[in-house]
Design a protein around this ligand. Sequence first.
Ligand code: G6P
Length: 733
Amino acid sequence: MDQLTLRWFARDLNARGELMANTLSDPISEALSQENRKRLQSVIDRAIQDERMVAIGVCLPDGSMVVRTAQFPKSLSCGNASVLSQQPEPRLKIEGGPVHVSVHPVSTDTGRVADLVLLHDLSFVDRRSLDTRRYLIVLISCLGLVMALITMVVAQLSWRGWVSGVRAIMRGEGLLSPMLSPSGGGNSLPPPELEPFAADLRARLRDLEDEYRRAQGPEAEWNPERLRQLLHTRMRGDQVIVVSNREPYIHEREGDHIVVKRPASGLVTAVEPVMRACSGTWIAHGSGSADREVVDSHDRVRVPPGQEEYSLRRLWLTPEEEQGYYYGFANEGLWPLCHVAHVRPVFRESDWEAYKQVNQRFADAVVAEARSEDPIVLVQDYHFALLPAMIRKRLPRATILTFWHIPWPNPESFGICPWRREILQGMLGSTILGFHTRYHCKNFLETVDRYLEARIEHEHSTISFQQDTTLIEAYPISIEWPTDSQISRWPSVAQCRAKLFERLDLPPDHKVAVGVDRFDYTKGILERLHAVERMLEKYPEWIGRFSFVQVAAPSRTSLEEYKSFQDRIHRVTARINERFGRAGYAPVHLLAQHFGHDAVNELYRAADVCLVTSLHDGMNLVCKEFVAARDDQQGVLILSRFAGAAREMPEALIVNPYHVEELADALLRSITMPPAEQRERMASLRMTVREFNVYRWAGRMLADAGRTRLRERIEARVQRHQDNHVDAAPLLH
Ligand code: G6P
């Protein structure tokens, strides 16, 4: 600024000097022509009155100074003044302070007659520059202050946003979403700038979880042995009775032979290993064509065939009973009611009567099988909503554990059922009522709240109705984790793949996705087919390089809803194959038949992808079986967010099956996923399913039941003691 102002002032002073020289040129040239030195002196003395002017000198063309004012420095000659005035900074220091030197010609018509040397005061420049500096400092300070304030406000706002973002992540919001859904299916994603932090945190959580699991060691592992021990220590080896509609082993007549079949049922998959560990009795509907031929006089048969670890007690239903109770009320009424899968529930009075009657028959069978007053009865699923209260009536001290394997809807949806109160009352005969998820527990508590006069204690998740109290708890069901010896008997992944590829005549680098379900409208099979179609439409480079294999075990085929659904699936499959297929290539292979456990396991091992796209599912065990089958840690699981399993398995590609684009993109992502990512996801999934296996499911329920039994026994003892005391009292007095 100093340099700049100096230059400005120098320019000003030169202009001023020019003006002064012009003004003085006449009197000076006149005085010179008259050689009147005195007048010349008086002219310049008068001119010096100007406050900025320090001194003036007049030089003749020969370089001599003819007159000068008193302040003019003697040392400054005309020559020096002329040289100095040419400098970029014509500045000279004299006694009174710095001066600006300028030389201006004094001319007449005849030409230049003299030079006027003007010395202007420059000290004011320093003063001004000091002032300017002060102003600038104040200005910059103010600006700095304002900027600092703005920065602080912005920083404060960002900090708050960041902190609340971090807090949200720490609470777990948005932490699982990216894993839950490839297309952001979760509704609370962290802000993008926090995504790296969330990713780190996610990784750290996983490490911690692994560490924790490792630290727990074999202690945490639930296996048949541990379950047996629990039964002996906590339940004093009491009898366990399971009741389900579907039996674990079905004897069928095929020509001269009787073959044993395992049904396609998640319930059976889960409960059977538990039953093998507990021994006891399983009561179920004998539905096989040769079932009656193999039972003893009490309708019992020891199973599994060849190992005979527990008793299967078969109960025979008339075709009318089966029609009303099983097909009618259970599968046309309760099944669609609880799944809310856009199929209307049908409630017929006659079905309800059959349902009540069959529940009573099973209750009678339980009483007949019970060896003590207080057996442990495991009631399974929606076929037996009335059974718990019926058993409770006959065996008041029994421990009744009811597990509802399908979802429980919200109170409004459940309200459709004309016998809603009777169903709720029946279920509340249970000691413990289990669902797969907390969400279903919450729905049940709200439903009871809406339709019954009962006391609900949310803190303990209990419902007291009439004399009984029921604990409502979430027990996520699972599968039996394969043992090392079982795994060692499996064919290798390469062998499984070769077998499947040979069967379907596929080239070696073909990608294969599989679906394994009962042929049921809740499983999202149609949505899956639409996604395959959309993927081939969107990414035509996969036509001829990708196939989808759907195994659909026929189920409840005599129901109209199932028949028309199955026809529709066949039609859509044919349409897709016609559209994208060609000689030797079909994009969809629909195998509408029952596959045994080994065949399904081979299929899981052969596939690149497994699709589980239920529109609503209590848990779904197919996804867990797929994970258990992949000891090579490869393969991608696509899992519906509407299956209970999605909560436990966020490392799968979580999808909304109703969103065809999302599903098609997830399919593409799954067949292009690098092996390292597959390994990472699969390893984590396997660890979860291995730890949270079916023995743990049963163990947790039985441990809760053990606590209840212990409490009840103590209460009964105290009661007896009190009664004795009261009876004895009159005698004492
Ligand atoms: C679901 C039900 C089971 C049932 C299974 C098979 O998983 O929760 O109770 O056994 O479907 O159905 P099905 O009618 O053939 O027994």
